[in-house]
Design a protein around this ligand. Structure first.
Ligand SMILES: C[S@@+](CC[C@H](N)C(=O)[O-])C[C@H]1O[C@@H](n2cnc3c(N)ncnc32)[C@H](O)[C@@H]1O
Length: 369
């Protein structure tokens, strides 16, 4: 049976890349890895590992909010949960091991029956519930096979509001099945009182049918130097986000790393500035990095110290570069618009480039929406 996952996909990308790119070696955890010249994968030197180790904490007694704010906890989540304060979380991002047999650095998660996976998820959610504010939102990532388990478990404790399907495009072709190229992200809230900032997560799309009004003016779209665009309401079908790959500055060797753009959408929609984001299976800290770049507080827990150290390095890099690929001018752009984003009049320039001219018409249009 086909078992597509991000790991296989990343491996394939990395092999293809080595065929076509000049190569160099990088030391990762004492091992030399061969990488293409333009490969921007974040790695850790021994000196960095020692330096970032100081940023990690463990919790062995009841912790107050100050002890855990903007922290990385390097520990088994099930051990740490009982020591966390009550009602501090505005947004719980749950990206647990999927129901696949998969090795993360040194620990292996084993595929279970759907029923057993549902029991595992329920046991986890019961322990997480006390940490949530009454106004909190929860997102749970899942592969297609166990998605039903996630739905049923969430429905026992929370108000299930939607299922986002993320078309992550890449996936393994199968000879006797449909290629799997999607993941589900379940959206639930504790109560009916919750944050949803729809204006913060609109998608900037090219206009296919540029209708005009009776005066010949664009109808709900804008003519910009980069083309004709419209801001559209975000739907529960996401096909504008790729998995991190080797030439992206956010990429690491984590086998199931989530894209910052995806997490930024969830954070912007479901928290206000300064809101508290909690990720109990944070991997290499993609949600923490997105939260930090967007001015939110955060807490992440991860069992593997190697991933925690990479997360700490990424948090440090986020102080130098707050950009999120695919999100600029306060809007999310559809895929393959990087060149247009670069020429966008109100894009924030990097330190090495002069600010572009800004069309007052475009600024007003973006602000209005
Ligand atoms: C699906 S990955 C999360 C990836 C993450 N969203 C990112 O972008 O990097 C799940 C993570 O949970 C970690 N994990 C598995 N069991 C754990 C446990 N009991 N406690 C803490 N972390 C655990 C794994 O090491 C893995 O990094």
């Amino acid at each position: 049976m086909e078992k597509p996952n991000c790991s296989q996909q990343n491996e394939k990308q990395k092999k293809n890349q080595l065929k076509t790119e000049p190569i160099e070696t990088t030391e990762v955890g004492g091992v030399n890895k061969v990488r293409a010249h333009r490969n921007r994968t974040i790695t850790l030197s021994q000196a960095e590992a020692e330096r970032y180790h100081k940023d990690l904490i463990r919790i062995s007694k009841p912790a107050n909010i100050n002890t855990i704010t903007n922290k990385i906890v390097n520990q088994n989540t099930f051990e740490a949960l009982g020591f966390l304060p009550e009602s501090f979380v505005d947004l719980l991002l749950l990206d647990p091991p999927y129901n696949l047999t998969k090795t993360f650095s040194s620990t292996t998660f084993r595929k279970k029956s759907i029923t057993k996976y549902a029991e595992w998820l329920e046991n986890l959610l019961v322990k997480l519930m006390p940490t949530l504010k009454n106004t909190a939102s929860v997102y749970v990532c899942s592969e297609w096979y166990s998605s039903t388990a996630a739905h049923l478990v969430l429905d026992k404790f929370l108000k299930v509001r939607n299922r986002i399907t993320w078309e992550r495009e890449k996936g393994r072709g199968a000879k006797r099945n449909w290629k799997n190229a999607s993941e589900d992200i379940w959206f639930a809230t504790v109560s009916d009182d919750y944050v949803f900032n729809v204006k913060s997560v609109k998608l900037k799309r090219r206009v296919m049918a540029p209708y005009t009004d009776t005066n010949g003016e664009p109808k709900d779209w804008l003519n910009t130097p980069g083309g004709q665009f419209r801001l559209t309401h975000p739907s529960n079908l996401w096909n504008d986000i790729t998995v991190p790959f080797w030439s992206m500055p956010e990429n690491t060797d984590h086998p199931t790393q989530k894209p910052e753009k995806l997490l930024a959408k969830l954070i912007l929609a479901s928290t206000n500035e300064n809101g508290f984001v909690f990720d109990p299976f944070m991997g290499v800290g993609s949600s923490l990095v997105a939260a930090k770049k967007l001015g939110r507080k955060f807490l992440g827990i991860e069992i593997e110290s190697e991933y925690c150290l990479l997360a700490a390095k990424r948090l440090h890099l986020a102080e130098l570069d707050t950009t999120i690929q695919g999100y600029s001018d306060g809007v999310f752009w559809e895929r393959n618009t990087l060149n247009t984003q670069k020429t966008s009049p109100n894009r924030i320039p990097t330190a090495t480039e002069p600010p572009p001219l800004m069309l007052s018409q475009e600024i007003a249009w973006v602000k209005e929406r």
